[in-house]
Design a binder for this molecule. Sequence first.
Ligand SMILES: C[S@@+](CC[C@H](N)C(=O)[O-])C[C@H]1O[C@@H](n2cnc3c(N)ncnc32)[C@H](O)[C@@H]1O
Length: 302
Amino acid sequence: MAARQNRLNELTPKAWIKFQKSWFIHNPPARENGVKPHPAKFPETLAGEFIEFFTKRDELVFDPMAGTGSALVAAIRTGRRALGVELSAEFADLARDRVAAELAATGRPECRGRVIQADARALESLGLPQIDYCLTSPPYWDMLRRKGFETQQRRRQDGLPLTYSDSPADLGNIADYERFLDEVCDIYERLYTYLRPGAYLTVVVKNVKKGNRLYPLAWDIGRRLADTYTLKDERIWLQDNVQLAPFGMFNAWVSNTHHHYCLNFRKEAVAARSSRIGRTGTAESAGRPREGEESGGSQVGR
Ligand SMILES: C[S@@+](CC[C@H](N)C(=O)[O-])C[C@H]1O[C@@H](n2cnc3c(N)ncnc32)[C@H](O)[C@@H]1O
């Protein structure tokens, strides 16, 4: 029997199945000194896993809030092309330097990587090309400005910046939760136009605790973007090397939250009928399942 064509990536069946587990443990390696000024980056090793699942070599990976350029570095390391946008001039320069070093290390002159210093809310002014995959992580609302946020105490002691910037354009400086959610989701919704049909978008995010309540940022982003994309599922990123703190001891339930949601969305090759973008008239209408995709009933192992 002829082998089935792999339309999505270049993984072996074993690697494909391994990635499909809905959770994974990833303890970030110690940060190199150069990226320490950035308060919240994800590991390149984690980004590499997602990129290798959702793209093939030479495809274009995009991150509209690139930070230190971790997604871009991982893209180049895995033989993909990389494009990023970052608001902060300092972090954009840092990401550029890292991308340049990574490109030099590949020894493949045809490899491409670029960082644009800009406000991602001005997406349409950036002349973006068609994108094959977007891997990104927004500020976790204004969590970095929260007094007593545990990692902040350590950074203060080490003389490192506590926030991304003081710019009013920095989404991490928006105090109102609903406005923050609107602005972040608006960027991801407008990205839809630039993604090629069939492309995926992965958003790495966490729910946020403030005062005595939980703001379900991950769940809210999932719900909102499901009006535009197909929300496929989450892959839960667990860290199990973080020291636990006695929050609320003998008084109240306050978890040590050491998991993030990697939310996976897809721009269907044929757009879904309920698409928000579709309703404004820029995408195709009615959808049907593509070959090889689930069409309702899933194979549950029982
Ligand atoms: C969670 S960090 C991303 C970290 C990145 N994934 C990495 O591994 O380095 C969020 C980034 O969004 C950037 N940012 C905030 N507002 C922005 C905006 N309006 N446009 C573009 N970037 C923005 C911040 O400067 C910050 O670097």
